[in-house]
Design a protein around this ligand. Sequence first.
Ligand code: HXC
Length: 283
Amino acid sequence: MFRDDLLAEKVVLVTGGGSGLGLSMAKRFVSLGARVAITGRSEERLRGAAGEIDPSGERVLAVPCDVRDFAQVEAMAAAVVEKWGGVDVLVNNAAGNFLAATEDLSPNAFHAVVGTVLYGTFHATLAVGRSMIERGRGGSILNIATTYAWTGSAFVIPSAAAKAGVLAMTRSLAVEWATYGIRSNAIAPGPFPTEGAWKALMPTPELEAEARARIPMKRFGEHEELTNLAAFLVSDASPYINGECVTIDGGEWLASGGEFNGFTRMPREAVKGALRGMRKGKE
Ligand code: HXC
């Protein structure tokens, strides 16, 4: 759907780029002409991912770091800048999450998730943003949020609190850094199957089926659908989109509200029959 040079000349840094949606985005960006740096905690995983992204190794750079530690993030960002002269696009994708009853959380469990999601996003934004400002060529920041950033969600409060912060940061910087030509946007994905998220968030096949049934489109997202959206938002095809959070969830979060949305889970003919009956009753 895009020209294959959509991201030519762009250097993109993807946090959490060694697996899951981060890896899928990295692959897509390279297929559209970008050079991509990936970062994450596991050097071995990054090495495997780099081989998948670009077997020639010319357009991929893997630099391990834990986004919770600003010193490591600064060093990682400096390594990318040294290799390729600067970063044009930062994708804050690294995340941690698990299902837990809030009363069973330890302060360190909260810290582990918020440290990765909120502090990690801030650390990469600060290190890369400073280098973008210094270079004076603008840039684009894309944060991966989630739909429960605005509704909140039971059993994932560290992630919900952190993602809400990420969304606030996205909108704040969209205004503050526009003067430097830096755009800030976010994507709020619903469920997209990945090994990490499924292990952490889908306890049983029954709950997976229930999760799928909750989505108006009756299916989970496909990685390509998200990577295409990400490519568009970070590219020069969307120069005036700034401060936006695009939801990509098959209508899932809206369906959980709405007084009468539950009717869609009944056979449509039964619903229509009931509605006709009500109308007749009034005549
Ligand atoms: C309660 C838990 C726990 C669990 C860990 N902890 N798992 N508490 N229930 N299931 C606690 C530990 O006991 C410890 O606290 C603290 O958290 C840190 O755990 P560690 O294992 O030492 O930390 P670490 O190795 O840093 O692991 C971080 C992590 C891990 C967040 C816990 O899950 C992770 O790195 N995940 C990355 C992959 C991932 O989760 N991806 C999915 C993202 S999906 P104590 O007090 O014992 O020391 C997503 C979007 C969802 O975010 C949107 C869906 C629609």
